[in-house]
Design a protein around this ligand. Sequence first.
Ligand code: BG6
Length: 487
Amino acid sequence: MINEKCIMIIFGGTGDLAHRKLVPAIYNMHLSGQLPESFALLGTGRKQKSHKQYRHELAVSAKKYSSQSFKEKQWETLAGNIYYHDIDLQDNTGYQRLKETLKALSPGTNSEGNILYYLALAPQLFSPVSTNLKRNKLNASPYGWRRLLIEKPFGYNLASARELNTVITEAFSEENIYRIDHYLGKEMLQNILVLRFVNCIFEPLWNNNYIDNIQITASETDGIGTRGRYYDLSGAMRDMVQSHLFQMLALTAIEPPAQSDPHSVHMEKLNLLKTIQLWPDSPIEEKIVFGQYNNFRAEQGVSPDSKTETFSALKLTIDNDRWRGVPVYLRTGKNLGEKIAKIVIQFKVPSNIDSHILPGSSLADRSDLPNLLTLKVQPREGVVFQFNIKKPATMGEIVPVEMDFCQPCAFLINTPEAYERLLTDAIMGDKTRFTGWNEIECAWSIVDNIYQEYNKAGAYLHQYEPGSNGPQAAIDMLSRDNRRWWE
Ligand code: BG6
């Protein structure tokens, strides 16, 4: 149990994120004794409702979305510290009432303790909320810390992200701003640096001499659910690539940080992001594939002539000595056939392979034989290594086989979910797994450039069937390079 007093306020406490991710995470933290000794949760929303009604709604979500089984008794203990407060976040006057509510909360967590503000909101509300918190002197206190947790999307493009950052940093000091990319809380992302730097067999090969290409996939089976309005403005690039996919790539490709402190890791990620570009000197359709699933335009909140991409595949380059010449393929989308997030490192096939095979042996297609290192981020965390052997009882048929490390099977524990990890970190004041502002800025400038090239070329939005692997054009993008997505 954390020895801190803390009130957590979720602005957007009735929204999708609160119900699907935050409250289930808080419930899990409660079960595993990870919440502060003295903890209260205050959810805000526009509608009026009683604490009782709010608690009931959250119980339904905790039951549905928590990875742990629902235990009535434990939930009741937590629910006793859950409150609801209706507020119009744009209206400055409501914040005085919020102040009163905070004061009235249980004595162990009165407003002189620590407060974690979580902005689980549409991005256009980030500025009014942080400004109003400041106006009402809720942004800092001599009696405890005030931290601001911000969900992505942090802005809509580089310009709006900069504006937003200015407003937020006027209200909160940088050390108290926690910009969330929940992928950084996922166990396998935390593992990438360990895998690379604490095993001497990988790092010497981690460069363009030995690696043929890097593939990062984050595919989802769900569509956009009730988030049509947000998603139609955002699209796959802003929703997933700018944040989660770039963070996965950065950790996969960074130079070894000088130290393991948050600053060194952030600096290395930033250095890496600065070198990312679209693959140079090739036509647009060979490096950007945007798709939209059939019927997306009929979704609630989506414009009937929407050109928003619900799928994006990219071919990028990392312009530094380690990676120059190694294509990086990224792919993400909604309504696809499989929910999976993974990073595949494809090694080169030795050029003199033919002279080493046994007499009389037969080679499968060379393209079947690269060593592959797959970091499985979800759903089942693990690491798989593909290598080649002679198939037993044959004259010498060479076939690829796999060593498969399954993390939950090996450790027989439910790894904490990303939000549990990140909320604990924020309460403890550990910023290692949060994104630095400079990284966000840099990621936006890459995304802005990609959109610019795409729009300039008047490029094509491919349709795809829900439940498929996305547009054929994304598959063609690799086959043109004599490669394939490793499914
Ligand atoms: C969020 C995106 O950041 O990540 C969602 O806004 C997406 O659109 C989600 O569904 C995916 O997260 P996860 O953890 O389910 O892969």
